[in-house]
Design a protein around this ligand. Structure first.
Ligand SMILES: [Zn+2]
Length: 130
């Protein structure tokens, strides 16, 4: 799985702007590649330090992706002050089987982005080139 530079930069820029709140959005691409990212509103209460993608934004992103010949391949969110590992809450609340998840961590500089795929009830490394 490849995360193209435009998508990587979009994720980091969004995470920095939203900090100390978490940001979220959708990942656009094709099988094997994440090409771009679209911001969505965080529908969760800002004080709870979690994320919930606004459903209307999600559907709008799916339509916009199709117009560009792309598809929504997954989601991203940021961890402003913790490692790029899925939290217990991420597993409980936001788990679309088969979708990719990117987590942007601002804990280190430069920021770190890790990709996961939600399979068999847990987040797993999607593997390079898969
Ligand atoms: Zn999280």
């Amino acid at each position: 799985m490849e995360l193209e530079i435009r998508a990587r930069e979009a994720l980091i820029a969004h995470a920095r702007e939203a900090a100390p709140a978490e940001c979220c959005g959708v990942l656009l691409g094709r099988p094997g590649a994440i090409i771009d990212a679209v911001r969505t509103r965080n529908a969760a209460d800002e004080t709870t330090r979690r994320f919930l993608i606004d459903p209307l934004d999600h559907f709008a992103a799916i339509r916009a992706a199709r117009l560009r010949g792309l598809e929504v391949v997954g989601f991203y969110h940021s961890h402003p002050a913790s490692a790029p590992e899925p939290s217990a809450r991420d597993v409980d609340e936001f788990s679309y089987p088969g979708h990719l998840y990117a987590i942007v961590s601002l804990q280190s500089e430069p920021p770190e982005i890790r990709l996961f795929r939600f399979t068999d009830g847990k987040f797993q490394d999607p593997g390079v080139g898969s």
